[in-house]
Structure formats: C-alpha cells, structure tokens
Design a protein around this ligand. Structure first.
Ligand code: NDP
Ligand code: 2IT
Length: 450
C-alpha cells in the first residue's frame, strides 16, 4: 500500500529540506500544494503516482559559465541556467530572465509556476525557465550582444522547437531575443522556431509584445463581468514600467480606466490626473528606447510625484495590478489596498504577492486573480507564435487579438469551474491550481512511472 497522503506541513518540510535556502521555490510549491493536497485526497490515483512530489522536482537543471568581454576589454564571468521543469503536455516553454537578482531558487519557482500556467492555456506546452545573473542595466548594445552570444553558445545544446522553446522575461526583450536567435542560427545552421518573442521581420508573432499586459486586462474584465462591473472610470494602481506594466496600462486606458501609478526599481510615480495615452507614449520612449528611470516622469508632468524606494499600494484605487516582480506586494501592502476598498487585485508579474498577502486577499471578498492564470496571455501568444512558425504563416493582429481574448476567457472559466465552492464563492487561486494541475497530472499518469 502506498504511504498515506502527507499533510501540507509535512510535505513542505520535505520540499524545504531537499531545497535548502531556496525560499522562492518553496513558496511557489506551497502555494500550489495547499490546494492540491486536499484535492488529491479525493483522487488517490494522483497520490499513488506521487504526481505533486514529481512536479516539485525539475526534470533537469542545466547550469553553465558565461564569459564575455566588456567594452573596456575586461573578461566578465556570469552564471547561466535553464530549468526544465516538466514536459508532459508539450516541449518545455518559458522565458529567460537577465537580472542581478536571478539565482537557482528564482528560476525553479518560475519554471514550476510556468508548468501550471502553460497547462491552463490549453496549448501543448510544458514548463521551463532560464536566465542569468547578468545585469543588462547600463550595458552598451555591443556588450549585451556579446553576452547573449556567449549565453547561447551553451544554451543551444539544450533547446529546440520540439524540445525547449525559451522567450523573454525581465531584462530580455526583442533586442536580446534577436541576438540570441542570431547566435542559435549561426551555431546550428537552421532557421527554426526555437525562440518566441522574435521581431516580426523574422518570424515573430504580431501581438506577442502586448499579449501579457492585454491578457491581464482581458482576465480582469471577465472577473468584473461576473459582478456586473466594467472598467470604465475605474482607478488603477500599477507597479512596474516594463513590458507587462506598460501594455496593461495601455489597455486599461483604452477601456476608459484611469491609471494613477507606474514604478521601477527606484520607486513609483503617482499622477492624480491620470496617465493618458500621450503620457504613456512618453513613458514607453523613456523606458524602452532610452532605458531611463521612471522618476523623470515627475519632472516632466505637472502634478505628478515620485516616491523614492516605495511601492504604490497605499494609493487609493479600485484596481491594482502588480506587474514588476516576485514578492513586491507584502502583507502591509495588501492591508493598505483592502483598507482603501480595492475591488480587484490581478497579478501581472509572477508571484508578486507574498504568501501572507495572498492569504489575506483570498480571505477577503475582493476579486483576486493569480499570476498563473492572469498573466498567461503572453505565453499563450508564444504558443501561437510556435504554431505560425511550424505552419510557415503569419496571422494578422485582429485574428490574434480575438484568439487571445478567447484564451483568457477560457482560462477564466476554468478557474471558476474548479474554484467555486458549495456556496457559490469563487477562489481563483484554487481554481487555477486545480485546473492547471489536472491536465499535467493526467498526462503523467498516462506515461507511467518515468
Ligand atoms: P521588464 O524587464 O520589461 O520590466 C520589469 C519591470 O519591473 C521594470 O519596470 C523594472 O524596473 C521592474 N523591476 C524589476 N525588478 C524589480 C525589483 N526587484 N523591484 C522593483 N521593480 C523591479 O519585464 P516584464 O515586464 O517582462 O516582466 C515583469 C513581470 O511579469 C515579471 O514578474 C515577469 O516574470 C512577468 N511576466 C512577464 C511576461 C512577459 O511576457 N514578458 C509574461 C508573464 C509574466 P527597472 O526598470 O528599474 O529594472
Ligand atoms: O512568465 C512568463 O509566462 C513569460 N515570461 C513568458 C514565457 C513565454 O514563453 O512566452
């Protein structure tokens, strides 16, 4: 007879013991396990096959040295990784992150989370994540190019269109994907859909750049619909000013909401008049083209203020979208949002809420959209980029936007289906965890013990 199902505490104790010092990874596993352990109690076949225990052990982790030369001729040494978490439902798929904060724990949490997110999209993609502790801030284009080439000189052995398909994440955008793709092509002599987030000239999908941020707002729109609410005139607090934050802001503004804040790692700006389309275009040039600092916004626009070293959660709002990084919204932030009667918190970043903040939101009656569901639009359009590359076609913006809208509605409905209790209350976190788990678990059961 297999051992009986462990309780959450015992299970997490084991995870913590096997992954010493990897707090982010343990946090992500605990977030899923708290819903899956009770679910598995009614589905002994998953327990007997130890599905959750197997999912919390990456298939493999590749770690490698990345040497490159800076503009002054110094040899620099960084570390690169690719975490291939699970490929039960499709090739490993997930972004690459370049940031000085990257370590194995962060990439393992992201690869674990990605496995459930990709499953929720309904597209055939497994979960992976990679990156480096290389900090692209302040580096010249040539330095970034040399780093990307060196990084790909090892990574190319481990990826492929049917094996593992990386994309962007923090610090990796169209410029980096271009350098990475160029080096892959040079090393292998093959043009193939091995990366997503490519520019449209060489096989990138339309709408991929916008997809994560737009998808967050489409998900939010579905949640609000259930309460007969819309986005018109709602005030919104957004953190971050990167790919996800700026496109979430763009879509919200387009839907008639008033965006009050944006941030970066220096602090946040608050514009009580609202960030309109014109101001947002200025921010895009600042952050994407000039790679500048958000504090400049307060010098440029009257009435706006910069709050150094602070997060924006105490600003009164109807909607809050954390779109910067993990654990950026702590329990104090959650309390401040609830005290101000926030209506919805939807996660654009991966695991932006600490465990305490997440628990507080789940206990409240606000709409709380978890990252693995709400930000899945980016990887979903990556999946569509893979399909277009395989078919040698390029779909237009309108068709892709319709598909993205449908995918986000579908993910929303899966969360509601698996997350509604007997009293009709919806817990989107539980819904996303269970619906994401079930598909991967069934595929793993079909393969036996491998
Ligand atoms: P970008 O690199 O484009 O932007 C990141 C933003 O977050 C920047 O404004 C950056 O500020 C800020 N930031 C980064 N690290 C920190 C930190 N430690 N503290 C405070 N602010 C920080 O990344 P993305 O917009 O692509 O990613 C943002 C989040 O969304 C991440 O959690 C990512 O995993 C997630 N995500 C991204 C997807 C995508 O398609 N790109 C898909 C799904 C999720 P600064 O300019 O100072 O560095
Ligand atoms: O966290 C994420 O979902 C991403 N960074 C996007 C991954 C992808 O493969 O498009």
């Amino acid at each position: 007879m297999p051992d009986k199902i462990p309780d959450l505490e015992t299970f997490i104790e084991g995870v913590r013991k096997r992954n010493p010092g990897q707090d982010e990874f343990v946090q992500a596993v605990e977030d899923v396990a708290q819903d899956i352990i009770p679910f598995v109690a009614d589905h002994p076949e998953y327990h007997e096959a130890e599905i959750l225990r197997r999912l919390a052990e990456p298939d493999r982790i590749v770690s490698f040295r990345v040497c490159w030369e800076d503009d002054d001729g110094n040899v620099r040494v960084e570390r690169g990784w690719r975490v291939q978490n699970n490929n039960a439902v499709g090739p490993y798929k997930g972004g690459l992150r370049f940031s000085e904060n990257v370590n194995e724990s962060v990439l393992k949490f992201l690869a674990f989370e990605q496995t459930f997110k990709n499953s929720l999209t309904g597209l055939p993609m497994g979960g992976g994540k990679g990156g480096s502790n290389f900090n692209p801030k302040g580096k010249s284009d040539r330095e970034v190019m040399r780093f990307c080439q060196s990084f790909m000189s090892e990574l190319f052995r481990h990826i492929g269109p049917d094996r593992d398909v990386p994309a962007g994440d923090i610090g990796v955008g169209t410029r980096e994907i271009g350098y990475l793709f160029g080096q892959y092509k040079k090393l292998t002599g093959r043009w193939e859909g091995v990366l997503t987030g490519k520019a449209s000239e060489y096989g990138g999908s339309k709408l991929r750049t916008e997809a994560t941020g737009y998808g967050v707002v489409y998900f939010l729109r579905e949640m609000l619909k259930d309460r007969d609410e819309g986005l018109e005139d709602k005030s919104a607090v957004i953190s971050g000013s990167g790919n996800v934050a700026l496109h979430a802001a763009e879509k919200l503004i387009g839907e008639g909401a008033k965006v009050l804040t944006l941030s970066d790692s220096d602090g946040f700006i608050h514009d009580p008049d609202g960030i309109d389309e014109e101001k947002l275009d200025w921010v895009k040039t600042l952050k994407i083209e000039k790679r500048g600092r958000i504090s400049d916004y307060a010098d440029k626009f009257d009435g706006a203020e910069f709050h150094e070293g602070k997060a924006p959660w105490a600003v009164d709002c109807d909607i809050s979208l954390p779109c910067a990084t993990q654990n950026e919204l702590d329990d104090g932030g959650a309390k401040a949002l609830l005290d101000n009667d926030v209506m919805a918190v939807v996660e654009g970043a991966n695991m932006p809420s600490t465990a305490d903040a997440s628990a507080r939101f789940r206990k409240s009656d606000i709409l709380f959209g978890p990252a693995k569901a709400a930000n899945a639009g980016g990887v979903a359009v990556s999946g569509l980029e893979m399909s277009q590359n395989s078919e040698r076609v390029s779909w237009d913006h309108e068709k892709l936007d319709t598909m993205l809208t449908g995918l986000m509605q579908d993910i929303h409905d899966k969360c509601v289906e698996s997350g509604t209790d007997d009293d009709g209350n919806v817990d989107y976190v539980r819904g996303a965890n269970i619906a994401g788990f079930r598909k991967v678990a069934d595929a793993m059961l079909a393969f036996g013990v491998v």
